[in-house]
Write a protein that binds this ligand. Structure first.
Ligand code: CTP
Length: 417
């Protein structure tokens, strides 16, 4: 299966990442990591330890990063290099991090280029452990990891649980997958966000309203905008829950996805989550009507006859009806999909549903609407001039929305309920 198309984007674009690779079998996955980060627009400087060089060659990293890989401390460059790399880095990530590297880092050793760089940097450090499960669970390794996390404030990402190296069985000790580490690095790069530690609830995707056991009323929403918002909010340090109608998208790393089918199920789920949410975003395309009488058995053509009339009943307005459940002082964002009078209709929804901000979408037009990776939107806020954004990738639209939400959070939002 082809991987996702990566293009330069926030928060990786233009950032300096030092990637330390140590001598574990997962070192081969670090090449993919270096490649993905580079394609996201980061400048990746790789440091290989002597152990890593047993598994993988510097040339692989040179080829995917377009920069020369460093290995030697005791060379003409090496002495100055650790200070330069360490002080210029926006984040230092060690993946895979062996038990040996973790021990050396925990004791402040400076016996190779990677450990000296760790001492030279003041940037966030991300450690991605990878080792045999018995080595990982050893009290000494655990003590070292605790020291790195609690005393030095390093971020420890993983390990995952699953198959280990050949013949070593399965257990905790697997390095996180490259796309997961990319997200952890994204989170480390966004340290100062006002969304850090905030609870964010997002509705996404369509709802399905049953006509009979096999047929339903639905719509073309793919859930991409809501999922892009969820991934971006998680990267900014938020604790994110998505209430999603039926979508066929991978669950974003680190995000909790609660699956629902109908508008009424979505209403129930959202009502329970909102009292705790600091930010709520209603990105779902909820079906406004459902069949008034859903048949328990499949409707037969012979029984229905040449014409069929479907009586519809109004569905709840998830955003509108949960207004009273919103936490005081929380920030609430809606979407408005319109085919006519975009700004006027969106402003009316902003007011009637008590949003702090609304994202107005053109339903039609090139690159906008459902089932595409781009969107063209206008952002409307209370007492703010409409802000028209150009055609952008949904990932970037999500970032722009969260920039505005962050401004509102920082300014101490007025209660929106
Ligand atoms: N919304 C919702 N529940 C509904 C309908 C809409 O929560 N039953 C939310 C959407 O997620 C969006 C906002 O309300 O954030 C506006 O949705 P939209 O479909 O544009 O508006 P409607 O209220 O359905 O108005 P209309 O169909 O008349 O345009």
């Amino acid at each position: 299966m082809p991987g996702p198309v990566l293009h330069p984007r926030r928060p990786w674009e233009g950032r300096s990442i030092v990637l330390g690779v140590t001598g574990g079998v997962a070192a081969y996955k670090a090449v993919q990591l270096a490649r993905d980060l580079t394609r996201l627009g980061a400048e990746v400087d790789t440091i290989l330890t002597a152990g890593a060089e047993e598994f993988i060659r510097p040339l692989s990293f040179d080829a995917v990063t377009g920069r020369s890989t460093a290995t030697e401390l005791f060379s003409t460059d090496g002495a100055a290099l650790h200070i330069k790399l360490g002080s210029e880095a926006d984040v230092v990530c060690v993946a895979p991090a062996t038990a040996d590297l973790i021990a050396r880092a925990a004791h402040g050793r400076a016996d190779d280029l990677l450990t000296t760089t760790l001492l030279a940097t003041r940037a966030p450090v991300l450690i991605c452990p990878a080792m045999n499960d018995r080595m990982y669970s050893h009290p000494q390794t655990q003590t070292n990891l605790r020291h790195l996390g609690e005393v030095l404030s390093y971020r420890i990402a993983g390990p995952g649980t699953g198959p280990l190296a050949a013949g070593e069985g399965s257990g905790p000790g697997r390095m996180l997958e490259p796309h997961e580490i990319v997200e952890e690095i994204g989170r480390a790069l966004s340290e100062a966000s006002p969304l850090r530690g905030k609870k964010v609830v997002i509705t996404a995707g369509p709802t399905r309203e049953a006509i009979d056991p096999v047929r339903f009323i639905g719509n073309r929403s793919s859930g991409r905008m809501g999922f892009a918002l969820a991934a971006a909010a998680r990267r900014r340090g938020a604790d994110v829950t998505v209430v999603a109608g039926p979508v066929s998208l991978p669950v974003p790393y680190g995000v909790e996805v609660l699956s629902v089918e109908t508008a009424r199920e979505m209403l129930q789920c959202v009502s329970e989550l909102l009292p705790e949410a600091d930010v709520s975003v209603f990105a779902s395309a909820v079906a406004d009507y459902r069949p008034a009488n859903s048949s328990e058995e499949k409707l037969k053509r012979a029984d229905v006859g040449p014409e069929m009339t479907l009586a519809l009943a109004e569905n709840p307005d998830v955003a509108g009806e949960t207004r009273a459940a919103r936490k005081a002082g929380s920030v609430s964002v809606g979407f408005a999909l319109e085919t006519t009078s975009l700004v006027e209709n969106a402003r009316a929804k902003l007011e009637s549903k008590g949003f702090d901000m609304i994202v107005a979408n053109e339903a039609e037009g090139e690159g906008a609407g459902f089932e595409v990776d781009t969107n063209r939107v206008v952002l409307l806020g209370v007492d703010r001039e409409p802000e028209e954004l150009p055609l952008l990738a949904k990932d970037e639209v999500a970032e722009m929305i969260l920039d505005r939400v962050s401004e509102i959070v920082e300014s101490g939002a007025e209660p929106s309920g």
